[in-house]
Design a protein. Structure first.
Length: 79
């Protein structure tokens, strides 16, 4: 075979019940998540978390500033 991964796939029975399909999905999802995914190290995880917190703070400040400016603008227009 040209593709070695295709040979490793288990044969799927056509008469599986819905319960068997759900169990197989959960089992395959666990294997994929646990063994085939690349997980970050603790250092990378800390760095990514700090980047996200910083981005949230920047966007929050931007939105608050925009809210103050637009509120002042609409209050002046209403008078």
């Amino acid at each position: 075979m040209a593709n070695g991964a295709a040979a490793k796939m288990p044969a799927k029975a056509k008469g599986d019940s819905i319960f068997a399909k759900i169990c197989r999905f959960i089992r395959e999802s666990y294997v994929e998540t646990r063994y085939k995914s690349a997980w970050p190290t603790w250092t990378e995880l800390r760095q990514f978390t700090l980047v996200v917190i910083f981005a949230v703070l920047v966007v929050g400040c931007w939105m608050a500033g925009l809210d103050v400016v637009l509120k002042a603008f609409t209050n002046q227009m209403g008078r």
